[in-house]
Design a protein around this ligand. Sequence first.
Ligand SMILES: [Zn+2]
Length: 358
Amino acid sequence: MAKNLFFTFVITLLLFGCSSTGSSNNGTLSNSVRFTVEGDSRLISSNSVPDHNTGTFPNPNNPNTISGQKVLAKLPLNPQKASGVTAGSKTSEGSGYANHVRIIGIATNGVLMEPGTAERWDPATGRRTRGDAYKWSYDGLGSDGTGDFVGMDDYKGHVQPTGTYHYHSISERTNLFDSDSSQHSALVAFSMDGFPIFGPHGYNEAGTAIETMYGNWKLKNNGGARSAIDGQDPGGDYDGTFVEDYAFAAGSVDVAHLVAGDQSSILDLANGHIGKVPAAEMDKYPWDTSYLGTKDSTDDTYTVYHYHLTGNFPYMPRQLYGTEGSLDTGHQPHSHGPPPRKPPRGARGARGERRKDQ
Ligand SMILES: [Zn+2]
């Protein structure tokens, strides 16, 4: 099994975080991400500090401060698709569909991708709490897609109590997202099972045209009244507040949440499909040639299983079809750049020092 190891593949990006607006508390931290190959594995080490400005942290709905992390992902160079979902529950109701896969991948800028939250609805109080006994899981972006209730910034990211900045979706404000629907999106992330994740524009099923991809998850009961799960009923309508508001509906889409554009519904539970991807994007990184297969020279593509980001739920994969690699997130300050500044006076913890997973 020949591998693309002719070149030792090392990219080191040391970009100074922007602080031009003064609204970023990562202004004293620098983005760091490095790609290497070790045997059959792709190693990605990063500090999960974004290569772009961020919103203000802490903020009233997120009491945490960004700090450099020590992230090391070890992902297969030859990802293998299983016949069914391998990680993340797809059928069990309640407590989120994907909370078995907390970190689903890592973006090419080194920022971790964590679509879920630890927030649950407490039937006793009607307020947010945590714990697997509670069946309704708040989606990070919420029914309005903003994630304001957990202090999400305009880049669809926010901060864990550990100081880890992470994405819940990919915003058009980052250079990972593309709005050009005329050509295939770039490779913007790697999933924990080693597959590439592309932006929202991809080949249609026939491989003949580029379309905007949509997640095949739909509001239950057409957005009508919720039903209890295990006797727990938050009331109201299925509106996207909770992960449990959605069900996978192959061949159908969540029309209420569609953005304008073509409607393509070829993606599976995990926002993935087997289809053409641009060789120019794939060839930026080493792969096992048995995964890539033969390049189609007529349109310069490979045909592989891969995932997409979408503008509607689930926004990014929340389940996986391959075998997960390993992820080490030692919460040590990264050696690049000085330690994080103290938060601005008066900005800390308007609602107290809640220390929850975000
Ligand atoms: Zn695709």
